[in-house]
Design a protein around this ligand. Structure first.
Ligand code: ARG
Length: 446
């Protein structure tokens, strides 16, 4: 029974939250006249001693006391004797664990938001420096139209901004205090749930005692936000893996974020990016795992819910590593601008610009312009040149109305510079997006 029942091995991570909850509860009991001031002082002192013991690494975590709550209570009894038994008045481990876990998840969300902001800063610095750096834009991982590297990086600033928004939303919804719901039905003592909620930084107490001790949707929501964030991290990681291949050679990573091979001396592997990509599996696994734990539980508390913690800890540990490693890699990478520009110019990447020119200058319907451009690309392919090098006579053989003016739009530089629509890839537009985001992040509105 002890082997299956014990949770101290993992819920010891809730010690700081457990002590904070107990201190707020004891103070409220004194204020409400439920606990004497003398006993309250003894309890506060004992809890402070326990904090010091845990910080010093001398606290005896013991399996025979099941979880963090009982370990703290048992130690408190050893330290202050009988009055320790009064701390659990008007409380149950059910509301205690609901509180501790909520506090933990809340701070994990805060941490993730701070890390996302740091990653956004790293991306913004890069995007500003590379606002005019050409690179191929892809669809189907086939060259599509030229874009700028800064614009590409700014796409991730947007994604990580929404991720931070999801954590902020989840945090706001979870910020209600379950303490005082007691076992499931509330308490007959004249407790002040508003006071403990305020003392622990919550907006208000939870409204229904059954709900308070039996739902873990706050953790599911945080895991959903973590999973979506991990998906974004994984996509950027995948791009890094592609970009650092010798075949692409768009960016380099230093030894700080790569490893060598034990038998192939030329190798420099993007292990950090690969591991970020893999952590996504764990984080999604945690969301699935906790959803399965919760889906069949009748109200109110069931011991199944003890299984909520491990996946959440593992997911947020993984997310912490992934966000830190990604910010480090973004700061570390060195773009090869010449290679990216050469790639941006290849693959008939300005074909759309030719079609747009035909529409604008010759008033051609787009579908026909698309057809004419297709013919020009085919001819260029036959001659082994790219569009800017296709002779005017060749273009005029396909469409008599084409003039030399067309070459103005056929270079990747001109192509990106022309895309000045809101949110487009033109360097000036990218710089505008960068400065908007810098303002948003410094205002803390993000
Ligand atoms: N260790 C338990 C958990 O993590 C604490 C709550 C126990 N409550 C109970 N009624 N047995 O969920």
């Amino acid at each position: 029974m002890q082997a299956i029942n014990v949770s101290i091995g993992f819920d010891r991570r809730l010690w700081a939250q457990d002590l904070a909850g107990s201190k707020a509860h004891a103070a409220m009991l004194v204020a409400q006249g439920i606990l004497s001031a003398a006993d309250g002082a003894l309890i506060q002192g004992g809890l402070d001693t326990i904090r010091a013991e845990i910080e010093a690494g001398t606290f005896p975590f013991r399996d025979r006391y099941e979880d963090i709550h009982m370990n703290v209570e048992a130690r408190l009894a050893e330290l202050i004797g009988d009055p320790s038994g009064r701390l659990h008045t008007a409380r149950s481990r059910n509301d205690q664990v609901a509180l501790d876990f909520r506090l933990w998840v809340r701070s994990a969300c805060d941490h993730a938001m701070a890390q996302l902001k740091d990653l956004q800063h790293a991306l913004l610095e890069r995007a500003e420096a590379e606002a005019g750096t050409l690179m191929p834009g892809f669809t189907h991982l086939q060259p599509a139209q030229p874009v700028t590297f800064g614009h590409h990086l700014m796409a991730y600033v947007e994604m990580f901004g929404r991720d931070a928004g999801r954590f902020a939303d989840a945090r706001a919804r979870m910020n209600e205090c379950p303490l005082g719901a007691a076992a499931l039905a509330g308490s007959p003592f004249p407790i002040d749930r508003h006071a403990t909620a305020a003392a622990l930084g919550f907006d208000r107490p939870t409204a229904n005692s059954l709900d308070s001790v039996s739902d873990r949707d706050f953790a599911l929501e945080a895991l959903s936000a973590a999973s979506i964030t991990a998906t974004h991290l994984s996509r950027l990681a995948e791009e890094l893996v592609i970009w650092v291949t010798p075949q692409f050679g768009f960016v380099g990573l230093s030894d700080a974020f790569t490893t060598g091979s034990s038998i192939m001396p030329q190798k420099r592997n993007p292990d950090a990016a690969e591991l970020i990509r893999a952590k996504t599996g764990r984080i999604f696994g945690a969301l699935t795992s906790l959803t399965m734990v919760m889906k069949g539980l009748p109200l109110a508390y069931s011991k199944d819910m003890q299984e909520d913690k491990v996946p959440v800890f593992e997911a947020f540990d993984s997310l912490d590593l992934a966000l830190a490693a990604m910010a480090g890699m973004v700061r570390d990478l060195t773009p090869d601008r010449a290679r990216m520009a050469a790639a941006a110019a290849s693959g008939f990447s300005t074909a759309t610009d030719l079609a747009d020119w035909l529409v604008r200058t010759l008033d051609m319907p787009f579908r026909r312009a698309h057809h004419v451009t297709g013919a020009a690309v085919k001819r260029a392919e036959q001659l082994g040149v790219d569009l800017p090098a296709l002779p005017l006579s060749e273009l005029q053989a396909i469409e008599a109305g084409i003039t030399a003016d067309v070459y103005q739009v056929l270079t990747p530089e001109r192509s990106v510079a022309s895309r000045i629509s809101y949110g487009g890839t033109a360097p000036a537009e990218v710089r505008r997006q960068v400065s908007l985001w810098k303002e948003r992040l410094s205002d803390d509105k993000a």
